[in-house]
Design a protein around this ligand. Structure first.
Ligand code: GDP
Length: 239
């Protein structure tokens, strides 16, 4: 089962005082409008329309919280880059986004989505520079990777990697495609680690099962489990 499959819309926050009080850990998603942020959240949650809640009237300029259970959240930040009045941009940034990103204790890291064909726009660089100062990690998804050839993908990875090395040493990156569902396991590993969510137990090899099975051969349930594990290519731990 995908790690974030339990994600459901929780709330929209327009004021800092309304941030969920029960949050233990949360990961924020940022990116230019149209970079593929909603699609990436939907893909990670294995849900076709989850993050499109954030695109409904009245919610586009706010923080949209998706609960993953157990006090863990994804937070969808407003997409940036669309022409807005300077006054509107400033008040949103100073009143909500900047203090949220800088001072929110449960925020454990930022996922920045950049279109792999046009990464590192001026606003992306501003966001990276600014968030890097918090000391918290940044993970970059180079989205829509299906639109690039393998060679272009390798080039995009290398170019962005080089630029990141100049900005922060707490930054990782990967290719991602919501269309082809590629890069999902890699993203799950990083975000699951940040959130303290481990891959589900049933996906792991049952420790010591071989010994137990030998001792109690009539335990059909255990045998079935073992067969499924073997099919998935997992090798039970040796004693
Ligand atoms: P957002 O504004 O950052 O939330 O971007 P959306 O997730 O709404 O995506 C913007 C556009 O890019 C939509 O037309 C999506 O269908 C398209 N898109 C998103 N992800 C992918 C992808 O992985 N591959 C391709 N080919 N198109 C994508």
């Amino acid at each position: 089962m995908p790690l974030f499959q339990k994600a459901v819309f929780h709330t929209t926050v327009a004021n800092l005082r309304d941030l969920p009080a029960d949050s233990q850990r949360e990961v924020a998603f940022a990116g230019r409008s149209n970079a593929g942020k909603s699609s990436a959240i939907n893909t990670l949650a294995n849900h076709t329309r989850l993050a499109f809640v954030s695109k409904t009237p009245g919610r586009t300029q706010h923080l949209n919280y998706f609960t993953l259970g157990e006090g863990k959240y994804f937070v969808d930040l407003p997409g940036y880059g669309f022409a807005k009045a300077p006054e509107e941009i400033r008040s949103q940034w100073e009143g909500l986004l900047a203090p949220y990103l800088r001072f929110r204790p449960p925020l454990v890291g930022l996922v920045l989505i950049m279109d792999s064909r046009h990464p590192l726009t001026e606003l992306d660089l501003q966001m990276l520079d600014w968030f890097a100062q918090t000391g918290k990690p940044i993970h970059i998804l180079l989205s829509k990777a299906d639109k690039l050839t393998r060679q272009e993908q390798a080039l995009a990875l290398r170019e962005v990697q080089e630029a990141l090395a100049r900005i922060s040493d707490n930054c990782s990156l990967q290719l991602f495609s919501s269309l082809k569902k590629t890069g999902v396991a890699e993203a799950e590993a990083v975000l699951g680690g940040w959130l303290g969510l481990e891959p589900k137990a049933e996906a792991l090899p049952p420790v010591g099962l071989r010994t137990e099975k030998a001792a109690r051969p009539k335990n059909r349930k255990a045998i079935g489990w073992s067969a499924r594990t073997a099919k998935a290519g997992e090798k039970p731990a040796e004693k």
